[in-house]
Write a protein that binds this ligand. Structure first.
Ligand code: ADP
Ligand code: ZN
Length: 213
């Protein structure tokens, strides 16, 4: 089963994708994580992506689709959680095309909704593990030891794009480009919308209910 988790930055896509992949034997494909890994490893893709990410802009579709095709070609798991991809109509069309070539398809499209004020509050308090990408929040999910990941002992850091001006830009990009995916997928899928202000466990229960139906 292939599931798209969409929604504005900070809506909890990454957290939910991690919960889902820890319970199902699925792959977690986060384009954001892939680009951050490239940036850490200083690859050409990383160098290209960094300029856009630091400005809260989207990485160009052709770069994103190359990364996605590479992932799909190597994936061995029975299902995939797409987190933060696709983000534009061009990416959605590209994804449909490749899945088609593999006789595969998207089964669920889920949007987690969250208002802008809540987004800014959450993202400025977000910290991420450099090593395993586990996500913390200084307000409602602080690590046991400050600055250290509970899961792997890795170092926690604040993403360079989690500052207020960049968060506002990312939200604008979401409203301008990613929200339009609802109309794209409405033609072929039922779109499920979940209230992201619910706690993370409740959002998770909602998602599990949907996919177990
Ligand atoms: P969030 O959903 O919280 O914004 P992500 O980690 O998914 O976080 O994305 C961080 C940044 O990486 C985005 O603002 C964008 O610059 C880039 N990015 C991630 N996924 C994509 C994508 N599918 N298309 C274009 N850019 C992307
Ligand atoms: Zn960790």
């Amino acid at each position: 089963m292939n599931i798209i988790l969409s929604g504005p930055p900070g809506s909890g896509k990454g957290t939910q994708a991690e919960l889902l992949t820890s319970q199902l034997n699925y792959a977690h494909f986060s384009t954001g994580n892939v680009f951050r890994d490239h940036i850490t490893r200083k690859t050409p893709i990383g160098e290209q992506a960094q300029k856009y990410i630091n400005q809260g802009k989207l990485v160009p579709d052709d770069v994103v689709l190359d990364v996605a095709k590479d992932f799909l070609a190597h994936n061995q798991k029975p299902g995939i959680i797409f987190d933060g991809f696709p983000r534009t109509i061009g990416q959605a069309q590209g994804l449909d095309k490749v899945l088609n070539e593999w006789q595969n398809k998207i089964d669920f499209v889920i949007f987690i909704e969250l208002p802008e004020t809540e987004i800014i509050k959450r993202l400025t308090a977000r910290r991420t593990c450099l090593t395993c990408h586990a996500i913390y929040n200084l307000d409602f999910k602080p690590p046991r030891k400050p600055g250290i990941c509970d899961v792997c002992g890795g170092k926690l850091y604040q993403r360079s794009d989690d500052t207020e001006p960049v968060i506002k830009q990312r939200f604008m990009v979401y409203e301008g480009q990613t929200r339009a995916l609802k109309d794209y997928y409405k033609k072929t899928h039922h779109i499920y919308e979940i209230d992201g202000t619910l706690g993370k466990d409740q959002v998770f229960q909602e998602i599990v209910k949907l996919i177990k139906k």
